[in-house]
Design a protein around this ligand. Structure first.
Ligand code: KG4
Ligand code: ZN
Length: 357
């Protein structure tokens, strides 16, 4: 990597992680993350106001440790990139205000970028340039999307998304129903290994023919996800056992729930890739850590001739390095910076990769 590659500082605050990353071109220098997850445990999910306050406390120390560990000064940075959306409004505001202040004080160009596209951009830091014919499957506590990435810096399209809960959110809610605590993903992943995934046949959301349609005549929700019906089905199932005074078979329910989630996610992702002629798939988001998801997705991609790329876990979860990575690509592709006159956009569509000047 030449020293002339842009040195970019990335700031992430869309949910409960305060992330500051620094990259030089496609080289990762540092990825400092402070998480407020512990503060949300007793509520069983992220509380936006608590997350915003935690960002305020964590931002300066996280920035300082990132600069120190990377051995760079703010004066040496070529550009600053910050997540402007999608995400929690108040949480986004903390990162954006901090980024604007830094840009104003240092005179560096500022890019307001899309969190979802940054999850894809992070792929560049490990495994090199992104391949052509690329799709991305993003699964976390806040999102569940399939994207078509024609160009990381100029053409990203949404193929499918959840119409209600995100996949990780479903894990968290079901874990609460089963009394397993928060976050639900890791514990369900672990307990599911002791259960029978075929014990209970839970519903697969938006997989009925009326939603899927045919390739020629696709249903409205062919590539979309829904997990709220599944969550309700788990709740009813638990209630049935309790009503009968029987012990709730937690491991079997966890395994069967997980199988339903992972079956739908993987089959829909593979179908979307095949129908859009996409032969590469990048996986991102916190749920990418799920062992069954990795296993089934790898198997289904292999049989469909799709090359799967999974960044390391710390780059799959929310972080600042992904924001910096996308920022560096925008600089390299000579996309104009956003400047200081922009607002957060909690519903920023994927087509807005960075906000225009
Ligand atoms: O990307 P992330 O750290 O934060 C955001 O949601 O933005 O993802 C956290 C989500 C939580 O819902 C958590 O339960 C889920 O990822 N998760 C998992 C696993 N590890 C974390 N879900 C399933 N299996 C896992 N092993
Ligand atoms: Zn995310």
């Amino acid at each position: 990597m030449s020293l002339s590659a842009p040195l970019v500082l990335g700031i992430e605050s869309s949910c409960d992680e305060t992330g500051v990353g620094i990259v030089r071109g496609t080289e990762l220098l540092v990825n400092a993350v402070a998480s407020s997850m512990e503060e949300h445990v007793r509520f069983g999910g992220v509380i936006p106001e608590i997350a915003s306050r935690a960002h305020l406390d964590a931002f300066v120390p996280t920035l300082e440790s990132a600069l120190k560990d990377a051995g760079v000064t703010l004066a040496e940075i070529d550009a600053i990139a910050v997540t402007s959306g999608p995400g929690l409004s108040g949480a986004l505001m903390v990162g954006v205000s901090a980024a604007k202040a830094l840009a104003l004080a240092t005179g560096k160009p500022l890019y307001a970028i899309n969190h979802l596209v940054a999850h894809v951009g992070v792929g560049i830091l490990e495994g090199g340039e992104l391949p052509e014919n690329l799709a991305a499957l993003l699964v976390s506590g806040g999102h569940t999307e399939i994207l078509q990435v024609n160009s990381l810096t100029s053409d990203v399209r949404l193929i499918g998304a959840t119409i209600d809960d995100a996949a990780g959110e479903a894990y968290d809610k079901v874990a609460r129903l089963l009394g397993l605590g928060y976050p639900g993903g890791p514990v369900i992943d672990r307990i599911a290994k002791e259960g029978d995934p075929k014990a209970i046949r839970f519903p697969r959301g938006l997989t009925l023919p009326k939603f899927i349609g045919t390739k020629e005549n696709p249903g409205k929700h062919r590539h979309d996800f829904s997990f709220s019906g599944l969550k309700t089905a788990v709740a009813r199932c638990v209630e049935q056992y309790q009503k009968r005074g029987e012990e709730v078979p937690v491991a079997d329910i966890a395994a069967s729930f997980q199988e339903a989630v992972v079956d739908v996610i993987t089959s829909k992702a593979v179908r979307a890739c095949q129908e859009h002629g996409l032969t590469n798939l990048l996986l991102g988001g916190g749920v990418a850590a799920n062992s069954r998801l990795r296993e089934l997705l790898a198997a289904r991609c292999a049989s469909a001739g799709i090359t799967l790329r999974v960044p390391p876990r710390n780059l799959c979860t929310d972080n600042g390095a992904m924001v910096a990575a996308l920022g560096a690509q925008l600089v390299a592709d000579k996309v104009l910076p956003t400047g200081l006159k922009f607002s957060t956009d909690s519903g920023q569509p994927v087509s807005l990769i960075s906000l225009a000047v």
